[in-house]
Write a protein that binds this ligand. Structure first.
Ligand SMILES: Cc1ncc(COP(=O)(O)O)c(C=O)c1O
Length: 300
């Protein structure tokens, strides 16, 4: 297991709906929509001394997800930013912190699916934890291809960052059984979509490829890597990628708020070729680190 309990998180304070509660008192109702049907949207945020990384883009994705799910009570940016500031201040957290920001459709008057039963407003949850990047970026991770396919927009659009995570959790269970760090999920047609919690990239020669964002989450880190490649004249292309191409790629890596940029060293028992000594990945990590500060948004 990559994550362990961190003693520093024993007494954290968590924002729930309208105020801060200690970890043992931070709870939602059994009538809350997230309990009833995973009916919530969320973002993972990373805190650096200069602020929250790409906060504007994360909040934009949260708002778009909530709009797509027809949430009627979406708190405004000022409310969320103020709640984030109060939460980080109360925990004295300015670095090595990961925030799980969740917006549920709120409490229902009785159990059921119908959003008209939600008459108490939405519920914002800000869960901050001491959590340095989760993956071991020096040694990389191993992955196993799951038989569970990533949803495409015909079923549940991956452009909605929702809490109905069973699709990915089932894949993760399969990778656990296989003894690997993460699950590689294919799309409906059998092309690579993403890992169960991160986006995937491959390098062939001097070109970088990543799957279309039709079945994967349109990751914020993924988006930044696309931009960094474009700005630095690195050939980057979104396209269908088959497993055979991944097995024979020069470099394979994944991206996400939890782990930043992480090499994938093994796929389905094949060592990834890595004929380049991760030259491209290292170049991208350097570009990513150089731009990090500029993309941190302070909470004033
Ligand atoms: C399924 C999935 N893919 C990719 C990512 C990475 O996205 P981001 O770079 O926005 O953290 C996440 C993060 O929540 C995720 O849940």
């Amino acid at each position: 297991m990559l994550q362990k309990f961190d003693e520093r998180n024993k007494n954290i304070k968590v924002w729930v709906k309208d105020g801060l509660y200690s970890r043992d008192k931070a709870k939602v109702s059994v009538f809350d929509s997230v309990v009833q049907g995973g009916d919530a949207v969320w973002e993972g945020l990373r805190v650096y001394p200069a602020g929250i990384f790409l906060l504007d883009r994360h909040l934009n994705r949260l708002f778009e997800s909530a709009k797509a799910l027809a949430f009627t009570d979406i708190p405004d940016i000022a409310f969320i930013k103020n709640a984030l500031k109060e939460t980080l201040d109360a925990n004295n957290m300015q670095k090595d912190t990961h925030i799980r920001l969740t917006l549920t459709r709120g409490e229902k008057i009785t159990s059921g699916m119908d959003p008209r039963l939600n008459q108490a407003g939405s519920c914002l949850i800000i869960l901050p934890e001491w959590k340095p990047p989760v993956y071991d970026n020096d040694h990389g991770i191993t992955v196993f291809t799951s038989t569970i396919r990533r949803n495409n927009p015909s079923f549940l659009d991956s452009k909605i960052h929702h809490n109905n995570l069973l699709n990915n959790i089932q894949a993760k269970i399969q990778s656990n059984v296989a003894g690997k760090d993460a699950a590689l999920m294919l799309d409906y047609f059998g092309f690579a979509a993403e890992l169960n919690g991160t986006n995937i990239f491959m390098v062939k020669g001097d070109k970088v490829y990543t799957p279309f964002a039709s079945a994967c989450l349109h990751g914020i880190t993924r988006g930044l890597i696309l931009e960094l490649c474009q700005k630095n004249n690195i050939h980057i292309e979104e396209r269908n990628i088959s497993l055979t191409e991944l097995y024979n790629a020069d470099e394979v890596f994944c991206t996400g708020t939890m782990g930043e940029l992480t090499p994938i060293v093994e796929i389905d028992g094949r060592n990834t070729k890595n004929s380049t000594g991760y030259q491209m990945l290292n170049k991208l990590i350097t570009l990513f680190e150089a731009t990090k500060q500029n993309h941190c948004i302070p909470l004033n």
